[in-house]
Ligand binder design. Structure first.
Ligand SMILES: Nc1nc2c(ncn2[C@@H]2O[C@H](COP(=O)(O)OP(=O)(O)OP(=O)(O)O)[C@@H](O)[C@H]2O)c(=O)[nH]1
Ligand SMILES: [Mg+2]
Length: 367
């Protein structure tokens, strides 16, 4: 299903001060995260959104010409479209259209490995469909494993009405609740064993899994790709001889669809219950400050204040910038600088972690 010839459009309101080139680049990375072949990409400034087709008719004609000229099979528009806009664009351009939420759902669908992850994505997709009900990519009908929105069973439009969707949603919720119960039992056990829990959170691609693997000697997928690892993983890890439970969580991204936040609620709840939250930040990220805010915003959505004392900032990938720029004025003094790749700073990070647990009855494996 990969390699679909895709046109990537990043629309922005002309008065917006966000950096359109960086956002276009992120849009291309999202498309690549599901192995779409980006043939042409551009950002386009608009004065206002056309409620019928998002763009003015002149630009729609331009897109149509481009799609024919380049034999485009899919158009990714990096914004959230209403069902009407999506349908009108598809009819006018005669090409499949996917919007930002749709694409992120596709990526999540292709990445989820665990039972809970798959169920959560299905739930998010159904809720997304229910919110539009005009057409869908029929996430549940097709066999999972990649961008299934072109050809094959994915082509079939969903016929279920709202009631059927609601039924499916309720069934899924029940299943997830069951898994939740197990999760709660596990959480209870960890509490009973007094095993402190440390969550790794951060923007996608910041290096969470790399650090997680290093500390817990695991092999979670870590890759230079948005949303490489999706399922949250929990493993024991030792910090200078003391035992902790570490959690690698799903990566965050700006404007993470709320349906996904909802669907991943139980996973994200693990973060709320953590004793410590490592906020992993990529020092080479050109949107270093904006992405910090996006992460803090999502944490706030799940109920963790941005000034929560449990959050420690971990500035990662310092191996890439040493002696290059003075970035120290961009970061808090309390942050820890590390390279999860070459291990630099890990000792300081561990010291800092232990300091946070000074008043805690830690289990030493040396005893
Ligand atoms: N140079 C350098 N690269 C790093 C470092 N840490 C991680 N990377 C690379 O950054 C990319 C992303 O790393 P991941 O660990 O997959 O990032 P993540 O935060 O888990 O990303 P998602 O699971 O996609 O949200 C990979 O190519 C890593 O090899 C580091 O300290 N230095
Ligand atoms: Mg990861």
């Amino acid at each position: 299903m990969n390699n679909i010839k895709t046109l990537v459009i990043h629309p922005y309101i002309k008065t917006s001060r966000r950096d359109k080139d960086l956002l276009l680049n992120e849009a291309i990375c999202l498309a690549e995260a599901i192995e779409l072949r980006c043939i042409f990409s551009t950002s386009v400034g608009i004065d206002r959104v056309n409620p019928k087709a998002y763009f003015k008719s002149g630009y729609v004609s331009y897109l149509k010409e481009k799609a024919i000229e380049l034999d485009i099979k899919l158009l990714f528009i990096n914004t959230n479209l209403t069902p009407i806009q999506q349908r009108n664009l598809e009819t006018d351009i005669n090409c499949k259209i996917i919007d930002r939420t749709g694409l992120i759902l596709e990526i999540f669908g292709s990445r989820a490995r665990s039972n809970e992850g798959k169920l959560s994505v299905s739930l998010a997709s159904l809720q997304f469909q229910k919110s539009r009900l005009v057409r869908s990519w029929t996430h549940l009908e097709r066999q999972r494993g990649g961008a299934g929105f072109m050809g094959g069973p994915g082509e079939k439009q969903i016929e279920s009405d709202r009631r059927q969707l609601t039924e499916k949603i309720n069934k899924l919720k029940k299943k997830i609740k069951k898994i939740d119960k197990i999760r709660n039992i596990q959480r209870y056990r960890r509490v009973k064993n007094k095993l402190p829990v440390i969550s790794l959170v951060g923007y996608t691609n910041s290096g969470k899994s790399t650090l997680f693997n290093l500390i817990t000697k695991s092999s979670v997928l870590s890759k230079n790709m948005l949303f490489a690892s999706l399922d949250s993983t929990i493993r024991n890890g030792y910090v200078k001889g003391f035992n902790f439970a570490f959690i690698d969580t799903v990566g965050f991204i700006r404007d993470l669809p709320t349906t996904l936040i909802d669907a991943f609620k139980s996973t994200l709840d693990e973060i709320i219950n953590s004793d410590l939250i490592l906020h992993i930040r990529d020092v080479t990220d050109s949107q270093f400050l904006m992405h910090k805010n996006e992460v803090l915003k999502i944490l706030e959505e799940i109920g963790i204040n941005r000034d929560d004392k449990r959050i420690i900032e971990v500035i990662n990938k310092v191996d890439l910038i040493e002696n290059k720029v003075n970035f120290h004025n961009l970061i808090d003094k309390s942050s820890v600088l590390i390279s999860a790749r070459d291990g630099k700073g890990i000792d300081s990070l561990k010291t800092k972690i232990l300091k946070c647990f000074e008043n805690y009855d830690l289990k030493s494996v040396l005893n």
